[in-house]
Design a protein around this ligand. Structure first.
Ligand code: PSV
Ligand code: MN
Ligand code: MN
Length: 388
């Protein structure tokens, strides 16, 4: 019982950021399915994110993607978010959607294109100054499709040069998150394909550069929790982009494909001290809801992360250490599985009631009438960005 109170206490401290692009229409390269009620403006995306926070109590910020969320006055937008009950979070740069970037952005062989990409990244830091955001998230689609297409090594030099320039522009309390992705859209080489490459660049750059682990960006079978444990140990884990995938990066709801993997990841976060606020890890969703409803999809995802976290916090670390030290493999695995097998839904329902929110956030959202209202009010909603 005492343990449950302590776990609820720790769960109260959790914060998960939702992405603005989860609320707009999205799809694959084959088809974008339009949904009713999707936001027409950045402010409406913020309104939707505020709903997710209102029903979960643990999603107090929304990430922006520039230029998808370009506005005239970012200070004003930050105030708008505040009045909606949330704040603006990570700024995501976008150097992958212009014709100019066909052969790469910051690694492009053409110095003019590299300059253009760098200017965008620097503009994102200006935006962070205005929004008060701490983190700049960098994901590069850069790579090549064919052997010999470009000089792989030289591309690393160009990447390093751009990262240096952005790093030098960061303010005292700002950070750079470098995201890696195994492949896609480049199919032969990718310039930041894995955590090792991201880590090496961040290590060279310094304290303010950290790695972002997007859970969908690994080869099937990759032990993501090992990467998490390693990066945390080195002080280089900066953030998560949570989602799940069955094959390659497809931004499905986190915890949907493999809740056990999510639990194992969250256990390493807790074990490595990454759950403490001082560790500064940003827990974000990076998802698109192509066929399911968007706001409930985000609510469900936030709840899935919360559920995995509750289970991770339940692991009896003392009993685990004892079993590990005595070499009792079965007992150690039992301790671990005991936590995973615990039904934490009653604890979470209790926690929500104590927070003054409904124990079933998706049901509460459905009952709220918000979706009917936006379906009626918003005509001609915008696409999130993908497939644009
Ligand atoms: C790329 O696949 C990625 O994970 C990056 O984080 C992008 O910014 C995001 O998706 C866009 O949805
Ligand atoms: Mn991502
Ligand atoms: Mn992705």
């Amino acid at each position: 019982m005492g343990a449950h109170i302590a776990i609820k206490q720790r769960l109260l401290a959790q914060q998960i950021e939702t992405p603005s692009w989860a609320y707009g229409n999205s799809g694959t390269r084959f088809k974008v399915f339009a949904q009713p009620g999707v936001p027409r403006t950045v402010e409406e995306k913020i309104d939707d994110a505020a709903q997710v926070h209102a029903h979960t109590g643990i999603a107090p910020s929304v990430a922006l993607h520039i230029p998808w969320d370009k506005v005239e006055d970012y200070g004003k937008l930050a105030k708008y978010a505040e009045s909606a009950g949330i704040r603006l979070g990570t700024i995501n740069a976008n150097v992958f959607q212009d014709d100019d970037y066909k052969l790469g952005s910051v690694t492009n062989p053409d110095p003019r294109v590299r300059r253009k990409a760098l200017d965008h990244l620097l503009e994102c830091v200006d935006i962070m100054d205005a929004t008060g955001s701490r983190d700049l998230k960098l994901w590069f689609s850069d790579g090549t499709n064919y052997p010999g297409q470009d000089d792989i090594r030289e591309r690393q030099d160009r990447l390093a040069e751009a990262l240096d320039a952005v790093y030098a522009r960061l303010g005292a309390n700002q950070r750079m998150l470098l995201e890696y992705k195994l492949f896609e859209p480049a199919f032969y080489t990718t310039d930041v394909p894995d955590w090792g490459t991201a880590y090496a660049h961040c290590l060279r750059l310094g304290e303010k550069a950290k790695v972002c682990v997007d859970t969908g960006h690994h080869a099937p079978g990759t032990n993501i929790e090992f990467i998490v444990a390693f990066l945390l140990r080195e002080g280089k884990l900066g953030a998560f982009d949570f989602n799940s995938r069955f094959y390659a990066d497809d931004d499905l709801m986190v915890g949907a494909a493999d809740p056990f993997q999510l639990f194992r990841i969250m256990y390493e976060v807790v074990r490595g001290g990454g759950y403490e606020r001082e560790a500064g890890i940003a827990f974000m969703l990076d998802q698109c809801h192509n066929i399911e409803a968007k706001i409930p999809g985000q609510i469900r995802s936030v709840c899935n992360v919360q559920e995995a976290t509750a289970k991770a916090l339940l692991v009896d670390r003392e009993a685990l250490a004892e079993a590990q030290l005595s070499g009792d493999v079965i007992a150690a695995n039992d301790v671990f599985m005991d936590a995973y097998s615990t039904d934490v839904r009653p604890i979470l329902a209790e926690l929500r009631e104590e927070m003054g929110i409904d124990p079933d956030p998706v049901a509460a959202y459905r009952r709220s009438g918000y979706q009917d209202r936006i379906n009626a009010e918003r005509v001609g909603g915008n696409q999130a960005g993908w497939g644009a």
